[in-house]
Ligand binder design. Structure first.
Ligand SMILES: CC(C)(COP(=O)(O)OP(=O)(O)OC[C@H]1O[C@@H](n2cnc3c(N)ncnc32)[C@H](O)[C@@H]1OP(=O)(O)O)[C@@H](O)C(=O)NCCC(=O)NCCS
Length: 216
C-alpha cells in the first residue's frame, strides 16, 4: 500500500483525511492508501490530530526518503501555491482525490495532479481542471469550463458553462457564476455572491450582483 499524508491539519485537512478513508472504503478505481499522518508548519511535530501524528512541516517533507503521496489541504490559493513551491523532493507525489460519489463526465474532462474533488460534486463534459484545485462539498461545474491551477471553491459553488477561471481564484461558499464569465487571477469571490459578469484580476468581489469592493 502506498503511503499518503495530508499537508494542513486544520478543519479542511481533517476532512481530506475522511475523504481518503472513504476512497479506501468505497472507491473502485483508486489504489488503497496507508494514512501516515499530517504535515503542518503551524503545529508542533508529534502532536496527535484525530489519532494521527503531525510529522513536521515543509522541511520534513523535503527529507522524505520513500515515495509518498501528499495532499495539500490548504484553501487559500496563494498560500497553497507558495507551499507547493517550497517542496522540492522527488519522492513527493501529488495524487488526484475524487470522492466515489462524484458524478464526473467521461467526455473530455481532465483533472490535474493534486486536485481534490469532495463528495457531492457534479462535473459535466469538456471541462479542464488544473493542478491543485479544490472543489469542496457539492460544487457543480458546467460544460466547457476551464479552471486553472490552485483555484479553490468552497462548498456549494455553482459554476455555469464556458466559465474561465485564471490561476489562484478563491470562491466562497454558495457563490454562483454565470455562463461565459471570465474571472481574473487571484480574485476572491465572497460567500453567497452572484457573479453575473466577468471580474478583473486581484480583486475581492461580493454581493448580488457581485461587485469588486477592493483590489488585493
Ligand atoms: C469576501 C471575503 C473574503 C471578504 O473578507 P475580508 O477581505 O476580510 O473583508 P471584510 O470582512 O473586511 O468585509 C469588507 C466588507 O464587505 C462585506 N462583506 C464581506 N463578505 C461579504 C459577503 N460574502 N457578501 C456580502 N458582503 C460581504 C462586509 O460586511 C464589509 O462591509 P462593510 O465595509 O460595509 O462593513 C469574506 O467575507 C468571505 O465571504 N469569505 C468566504 C468565506 C467562505 O466561503 N468560507 C468557506 C469556509 S469552508
Amino acid at each position: 500500500m502506498k503511503k499518503i499524508a495530508v499537508y494542513g491539519a486544520g478543519g479542511f485537512g481533517r476532512e481530506v483525511k475522511m475523504l481518503i478513508d472513504q476512497i479506501n472504503e468505497l472507491g473502485t478505481q483508486h489504489s488503497k492508501w496507508e494514512f501516515a499522518g499530517f504535515y503542518d508548519d503551524g503545529l508542533e511535530k508529534g502532536l496527535i490530530v484525530n489519532g494521527f501524528p503531525v510529522l513536521g512541516g515543509v522541511h520534513d517533507l523535503n527529507e522524505i526518503q520513500e515515495d509518498t503521496d501528499i495532499v495539500i489541504a490548504v484553501g487559500n490559493p496563494i498560500t497553497k501555491k507558495n507551499i507547493i513551491g517550497k517542496i522540492n523532493n522527488q519522492r513527493v507525489h501529488y495524487p488526484v482525490l475524487i470522492h466515489p460519489n462524484v458524478l464526473i463526465g467521461k467526455d473530455d474532462v481532465s483533472v490535474g495532479d493534486g486536485s481534490i474533488i469532495c463528495a457531492g460534486c457534479i462535473i459535466t463534459v469538456n471541462i479542464k481542471i488544473g493542478k491543485h484545485v479544490i472543489l469542496n462539498l457539492s460544487c457543480t461545474v458546467g460544460h466547457d469550463t476551464v479552471i486553472n491551477d490552485y483555484c479553490s471553491f468552497m462548498p456549494s459553488v455553482n459554476i455555469s458553462g464556458e466559465v474561465r477561471l485564471s490561476q489562484c481564484v478563491y470562491v466562497g461558499t454558495g457563490a454562483q457564476i454565470i455562463n461565459r464569465a471570465d474571472i481574473g487571477e487571484e480574485t476572491i469571490v465572497g460567500m453567497g455572491a452572484v457573479v453575473s459578469k466577468s471580474l478583473p484580476a486581484k480583486c475581492t468581489a461580493v454581493g448580488i450582483p457581485a461587485k469588486p469592493i477592493k483590489f488585493n
